[in-house]
Design a protein around this ligand. Structure first.
Ligand code: HEM
Length: 161
């Protein structure tokens, strides 16, 4: 039992290599330029992956263009994108690691309960990165900082889904 607990810690530890100060600053500054585009970001995710939209009971089967203007869509977008903002605010400071784990644990639990598989989270990630590429000043350093940050978050998430 003890062996498995230690092994689990090693696996999580190996996945979650902390971002360098530069990488954390890069992720935070690029995110700051789009973080309030909540409706645009969720709409881009739904447009790229209609199978994600189909999992939302309120939005399944509805026309995205008109949905985008609704208050319900803005509220949901605010929750989902706001959650990402909470996580990003915590990166770059090792003492925030327990808070990051708690948040990701909540995300995993609530989505596991809804039967959302890692493959759909990967789709979400792909759409989010495509949005960033199109809307922030993107270059190799920005890409590698986001890749490191998202690898950490998704590694922790997938270990609990
Ligand atoms: C990193 C990616 C994601 C984040 C940060 C995220 C975050 C959230 C948050 C904060 C909520 C509201 C609180 C809650 O009910 O748990 C939520 C609800 C929900 N999420 Fe996600 N989510 C993500 C990916 C996904 C994906 C990929 C799907 C489906 C394929 C999905 C489906 C849902 C559904 C169905 C709800 C409930 C909506 C409702 O109340 O009607 N989420 N998500």
């Amino acid at each position: 039992m003890k062996f498995f607990a230690v092994l689990a810690l090693c696996v999580v530890g190996a996945i979650a290599a902390p971002l360098s100060a530069d990488q954390a600053a890069t992720v935070q500054s690029t995110w700051a330029s789009v973080r309030f585009n909540e409706v645009d970001i969720l709409a881009a995710v739904f447009a790229a992956y209609p199978d994600i939209q189909a999992r939302f009971p309120q939005f399944a089967g509805k026309d995205l263009a008109s949905l985008k203007d609704s208050a319900a869509f803005a509220t949901h977008a605010g929750r989902i994108v706001g959650f990402i903002s909470e996580l990003i605010a915590l990166v770059g400071n090792e003492s925030n690691a327990p808070a990051v784990n708690t948040l990701i644990g909540q995300l995993a639990a609530s989505h596991k309960g809804r039967g959302i598989a890692p493959a759909q989270f990967n789709e979400f990630r792909t759409a989010l990165v495509a949005y960033l590429q199109a809307n922030v000043a993107w270059n190799a350093a920005v890409e590698s900082a986001w890749t490191a940050g998202l690898d950490n978050i998704f590694g922790l998430l997938f270990a609990q889904l």
